[in-house]
Design a protein around this ligand. Structure first.
Ligand code: CU
Length: 125
């Protein structure tokens, strides 16, 4: 191999390493819900091909109020479920829909569409 071929190969391997690191090793930090003046932890979630943000960070022991707005008509996302908190709600297209609950234990809890294809994570600190 000529030096420039070796260089290209090394560069390629480095690029692969970076891609692997970026997609599998980096933990998404998540978006913290904002504390409102009335003591709620509030966050807006956009529903379109997934949940944005899909990692939500809240504090335990305070009421959480998540407002989902669905900007698509595909059936997949027409419901959102929080199985660990016994909450679910239909999400009519274009209508902000609020889900409220109070997490009392720290941990990671999933939320999803009714088929489990769209997924998000709630981190309770
Ligand atoms: Cu779905």
């Amino acid at each position: 191999m000529t030096p420039d071929k070796i260089l290209v190969t090394l560069f390629g391997l480095a690029a692969i390493a970076v891609i692997v690191w970026f997609f599998w090793m980096v933990k998404k930090p998540g978006v913290k819900a904002a504390l409102s003046s009335s003591g709620y932890q509030e966050l807006m979630v956009l529903v379109k091909g997934g949940y944005t943000p899909d990692v939500i960070v809240v504090q335990k022991g305070r009421l959480v109020r998540l407002t989902f707005t669905r900007h698509e008509s595909v059936a997949c996302s027409e419901q959102v479920l929080f199985p660990d908190f016994n909450r679910s709600s239909p999400l009519p297209e274009g209508e902000p829909t609020t889900i409220e609950f109070t997490p009392d234990k720290p941990g990671e809890y999933g939320f999803q569409c009714q088929m489990g294809m769209l997924r998000g994570k709630l981190i309770v600190e």
